[in-house]
Write a protein of this length. Structure first.
Length: 271
């Protein structure tokens, strides 16, 4: 067995640290995945891992060896590290001793399977990685078929998106497209576009979400842009009964997703 990586000047260590920066992630088309659940979800969904760095001194459970074996069996290159080296590479405050590099997501609209009543989330210009990650978790939990990230303001491959989604971005088709491309794709498949806005009388629970539906969500600060408001087949609002005039976008997305799931009898769209 090779000795653990012990030098902070090791080229692999320096490269992994650089991947915290978006420019380096884009140049290398690589991302960082840290944590047991996140790496396990990538492996379980056959998302290829390149290099897998571990530090036994930081392990928090008894399943790490099985995870390492799974990663190596799927082609990952395994490197043990000293604690000092691992903490240098880790981006979490409380690392679990598990860090991997992986290729960017490569899903496209052409990859999406046709189904009779798809449920799609469109996230327009979401700014915060935590919000985007939470939207992905809610979309998966409510049985959505895909998430379209339009005109992005945050990097889908940001380590904080991976963390906030707990790796769900590897389990669900997540596709980056322009708003114009997304609208054309939705219209070609007769998927109704449901735009969320406070400037309408229709409450979201009164809309028919059982047919093929795209729930379009914008930022709390400015909401959806005119391209989506004008393209919408219907506009819905979430009642605000207190002094707050908007919800966190991830919370609002969760409400609409579970209303769609309720109307559909909590049954995922057949593929």
């Amino acid at each position: 067995m090779a000795l653990p990586i012990a030098s902070l000047q090791n080229p692999r260590v320096k490269f992994a640290v650089k991947l915290r920066q978006r420019s380096h992630r884009d140049d290398a088309t690589l991302m960082l995945i840290e944590g047991y659940r996140e790496i396990k979800r990538a492996l379980d969904n056959t998302h290829p891992i390149g290099e897998f760095y571990t530090c036994r001194a930081l392990f928090q459970g008894s399943n790490e060896d099985a995870l390492i074996a799974q990663a190596v069996a799927q082609g990952a290159e395994h490197f043990e590290c000293t604690e000092a080296v691992f903490r240098k590479m880790a981006y979490r405050d409380r690392p679990e001793g598990l860090l991997a590099t992986a290729h960017h997501l490569t899903h496209s609209l052409a990859d999406l399977a046709d189904c009779p009543t798809p449920l799609v989330v469109v996230a327009e210009a979401i700014e915060k990685p935590g919000n985007l990650g939470t939207i992905l978790r809610s979309a998966d939990a409510a049985g959505a078929d895909a998430v379209l990230v339009c005109d992005r303001c945050t990097d889908l491959h940001n380590p904080n998106v991976v963390r906030a989604s707990i790796g769900i971005l590897f389990a669900l088709p997540v596709i980056e497209v322009s708003s114009a491309e997304a609208i054309a794709w939705l219209r070609a498949r007769d998927i109704q576009i449901v735009a969320t806005t406070p400037h309408t009388d229709l409450i979201y629970t009164e809309a028919d979400l059982t047919k093929g539906t795209a729930l379009v969500m914008g930022t709390e600060q400015v909401g959806l842009t005119s391209i989506w408001l004008e393209a919408a087949d219907i506009q819905v609002r979430i009642p605000m009964l207190g002094q707050a005039d908007s919800l966190n976008v991830a919370a609002a997305t969760t409400l609409l997703l579970y209303e769609a799931a309720r109307q559909r009898g909590f049954v995922k769209s057949p593929q």
